[in-house]
Structures are given as C-alpha cells and as structure tokens.
Design a protein around this ligand. Structure first.
Ligand code: MAN
Length: 348
C-alpha cells in the first residue's frame, strides 16, 4: 500500500500551540477531529498539557477541580515505590490512577489543509465531573447541517464518551454522556441508514472479553441501544490486542468505509480498513489483512508514546483518503491513501 506523507510533517507540533495557562507546557498535540467548514479545513486538536516541572524527582500533573472551577496541580515523587510510572501516559497510585497530562480541545483552521492557524484558547475544556482528567480524541460528524462532536471524557467515573454540537465552531452545546464507562473510540455515521442513526464504539469489560468494536443504533443521536459486537482483535495479526474505530465512516459505492486502529502485543498502533454494508452496517463485508498505514517515519516511531499512528478523522475527497493523524501521541501529521488501492486490498 502506497502512503503519501506530507513533506511538511509534522504539520502541527506542541511548540506551535499556546498553553492554556501560565506555568503549563504543551507536551502533545495529536488525534484531531477533522471537517471542512466553509472554505477551510478545521481540526479540533487534542492538546495535552502538564505543569512545568519544578524538580526532576517530582512528577506533576493537573486535574480539573469542580469546586474551584479550575485546574489544580497534583505532585508525585518519582522515588515512591508504591507508584507505577511504567506507562508514560499513567500514574498508578494505591489511591487511584491519574493521567500524566490533561487534554482539552482546540480549533485550528487552514485554507490549504497543511498550514494551520491555531486558536489561543481552548474550544472545549474540562467543565464537569466526567471530564476532571481531560477531554480526548474528538470525532466530528456533519449531520443535517449541524456538526456533532463526540469526545472522550476522562474523570473519576472512568472513560466515557460525551457529545457536543455546533453550527459555527464558535459556540458549542453540550449534550452530556452518550456512552457509559469505559467506552471510547466512538464514531457516529453522518446520516440515518434505513431510518436509524448508527455509531461504532468500544466498551471495555474488566473481567471478560477483549477490546472490540461494537455497533449501536439511535433514533436521535442521544439514546443509543440495540448494542452488538461487530468485530474483535485477530490473534497473531497486527490488530491482535485491541481495536477501535478511528475515522468517521464515509460512503463509497460498495458500502461504508471505516478506517479503524489496531494494536499488537508490543503496543504498536496501526490503521486498517473495513467495509460495512451500505443498508445494514452491522454486516462486515471485508476487512484488510494487513495495515493500510503503519508507523514508519521517525516522528511516528519516536515521541511521547512511540510507534503510534492514530487517526480521529479524514477527508474523503478526489478519490483520496486525506488522513489527519496523531503520531507518537506528540504531533499531528497528514497522509494520503488512494481509494482505489484501499479497495483493492479489501478485495472488493
Ligand atoms: C489510546 C487512544 C489514544 C492514544 C493511544 C496511544 O488508546 O485513546 O488517546 O493515541 O491510546 O497512546
């Protein structure tokens, strides 16, 4: 599979983004929702920040304090034997788990899809009990002229998926939690199919089951039911450990094309594709055997969490998949795949 990577990659880096407050630094800008709005490409960036370190032996992070209505700083000693820092994303303490950074969503606009102007202030930031550890991985679905944004809310209840919407990307209306904990990697199909809205999502069972892609339906985008498992990881494959939906599905002649992500035993994140039936998206018609896109460039292999290509959105234009993706949980990059080749490896 031929992948065209923009020679300007990474197109957005942490140093391009203004921190949301004094004494904070941006350590990652990645996993952006994407849409076209008027003449521009809009990205809703996930911006990960942490307090600027005051001592090398102390790990600091921030959480949103509901009562104070602001971020408060938490400190942990690197020497504390009871704390597990082995995953760079997590601080696991006997008293509970924290994230090493807190994310919010920020708008970026571009005329050419490559050079972006990034707003100075967050578009959507932690605000309630479901978001105290941050907002992550937005996806944007344009439905009947309104832009629906679903994002991961991380808080003391776990990992939920919340919904917001906007008409103008200036004001955002929140619609609350649409999938209970733990559930992420939600993508909402951009139109009703045979009278129903559909979403792919990824619930997690702590006891049984694997991290698999589920499909559900809704009359109104807010109440979701008729949940069923769509497909799971494949032992021995690049997507053996866990899978989740990535980009919002789009219609092609043969059905719905979905670009999803899969993870192997070494925590390497790649993208693959599936084709779902155009009238009954619960039917998987085809699934790529090998990844359509894998971490190979230096900025995909090395970073905050290396060996990751992770997409939350693409533009399907000119028979191309124009993919915006987070590389190594650090930067935003751009790549193009041809629809023709994608269809070929789906054996359609
Ligand atoms: C999680 C995702 C992303 C992130 C990857 C890799 O599963 O939700 O936030 O890019 O892990 O760390």
């Amino acid at each position: 599979m031929k992948v065209f990577r923009s020679p300007d990659n990474p197109i957005i880096k942490p140093e391009d983004v203004k921190p949301s407050g004094d004494d904070f630094e941006v350590i990652g800008v990645f996993n952006a929702g994407v849409t076209r709005f008027k003449e521009e490409v809009l990205l809703l960036l996930r911006v990960a920040e942490r307090p600027i370190s005051r001592h090398p032996d102390i790990v600091q992070t921030a959480v949103f304090d509901i009562d104070k209505g602001q971020l408060v700083i938490k400190e942990f000693s690197k020497d504390d034997p009871e704390i597990d820092f082995s995953d760079p994303r997590l601080i696991i303490t006997p008293g509970g788990t924290y994230l090493t950074s807190i994310s919010h969503l920020r708008l970026a606009r571009s005329k050419d899809g490559i050079s972006f102007e990034i707003e100075d202030r967050p578009a959507i930031a932690p605000e309630n009990d479901y978001e105290t550890f941050g907002l992550e991985d937005p996806r944007i679905s344009l439905i009947n002229g309104r832009y629906y944004i679903n994002y991961v809310g991380v808080g003391r209840f776990g990992v939920t998926t919340c919904l917001a919407s906007t008409k103008d990307f200036r004001t955002f209306e929140r619609h609350g939690v649409i999938f209970c904990p733990d559930n992420k990697d939600v993508v909402i199909f951009p139109e009703k199919i045979e009278g129903k809205y559909y979403a792919l999502h990824r619930p997690v069972s702590p006891l049984f089951g694997k991290q698999e892609i589920w499909i559900s339906e809704s009359p109104d985008l807010f109440c979701w039911g008729n949940h069923r498992c769509l497909m799971g990881p494949r032992p021995g494959f690049w997507d053996e450990l866990k899978i989740g939906a990535s980009a919002v599905p789009f219609r092609i002649e043969q059905g719905w094309l979905e670009v999803y992500h899969g993870v192997d035993q070494n925590n390497r994140y790649c993208l693959g594709a599936i084709l779902l039936d155009s009238k009954e998206p619960r039917k998987v018609i085809s699934r790529t055997q090998s990844p359509i896109f894998e971490p190979e460039a230096d900025y995909e292999i090395n970073g905050f969490f290396g060996n990751v290509v992770f997409s939350c959105g693409l533009l399907y234009e000119d028979k191309k998949l124009k993919i915006y993706y987070g590389a190594a949980d650090t930067v935003i990059c751009y790549a193009e795949l041809s629809l023709e080749e994608t269809i070929e490896i789906l054996n359609l």
